[in-house]
Ligand binder design. Structure first.
Ligand code: IMP
Length: 196
């Protein structure tokens, strides 16, 4: 039977990105429709990634489950929005989150002072496993949103080597270099090697 895991998220963008990153060797199953995850209460990405897994494991037995938590960490803001990236403006609204972040950074005029990183933690549980995988990518927060692709903070996160924001890259381009790619590539090879 084909190797598979359940992905503990209701975020369709993440599911699509992770399916693309994982490829054909492992099937990435969505959570059943009736599952509603509770609010994230963890203080770290690791805690939240694990909490998503743990919640889903109450419903799904004898299978691998993967929880994912990500965030944007801005150097000059001591790591904000960080673990609270999704609800930074007080609600799950990408546009408002971006507006709030740009407003907080409006006095930081130098590009080199606008460093940030995206971090993803993937947590794998099930069949006696509890393992974490981390991926990071460094970038610069732009002064204005640019591009229409992706989700979340993609329009204001520029990759300096390319000179484009994540939202200006194609789906394939983003998912070849992203924080999520780096975390999930490790998870993929871990699972594949384990079964050899
Ligand atoms: P969570 O992992 O569902 O708690 O949400 C993390 C939040 O971080 C998302 O709602 C986005 O706002 C942001 N985020 C995480 N990954 C990305 C990404 O790849 N691009 C843009 N924003 C992201």
């Amino acid at each position: 039977m084909k190797l598979y895991f359940y992905l503990a998220t209701k975020n369709k963008n993440k599911l699509e990105e992770i399916r693309y990153i994982i490829g054909d060797e492992i099937e990435v199953l969505p959570v059943p429709d009736y599952i509603e995850f509770p609010e994230e209460t963890g203080l770290t990405l690791e805690e939240n990634a694990y909490l998503k897994c743990e919640y889903l494991s109450r419903y799904i037995k004898d299978s691998y489950i993967v929880g994912e938590d990500s965030g944007l960490f801005v150097e000059k803001l001591n790591g904000l929005p960080g673990v609270s990236s999704a609800i930074f403006s007080g609600s799950r609204n990408d546009k408002k989150n971006i507006e709030k972040l740009l407003e907080m950074m409006k006095n930081i005029k130098e590009k080199k002072e606008r460093k940030a990183k995206f971090v993803t933690i993937a947590c794998l549980i099930g069949k006696g496993e509890k393992k974490f995988f981390k991926g990071e990518i460094e970038g610069i927060i732009t002064f204005q949103p640019r591009g229409n692709n992706g989700f979340g903070y993609d329009p204001i996160f520029e990759i300096p080597e390319i000179g484009k924001t994540f939202a200006e890259l194609t789906f394939e381009e983003k998912n070849k270099i992203s924080h999520r790619k780096k975390a999930f590539q490790q998870l993929k090879y871990y699972l594949i090697n384990k079964l050899k």
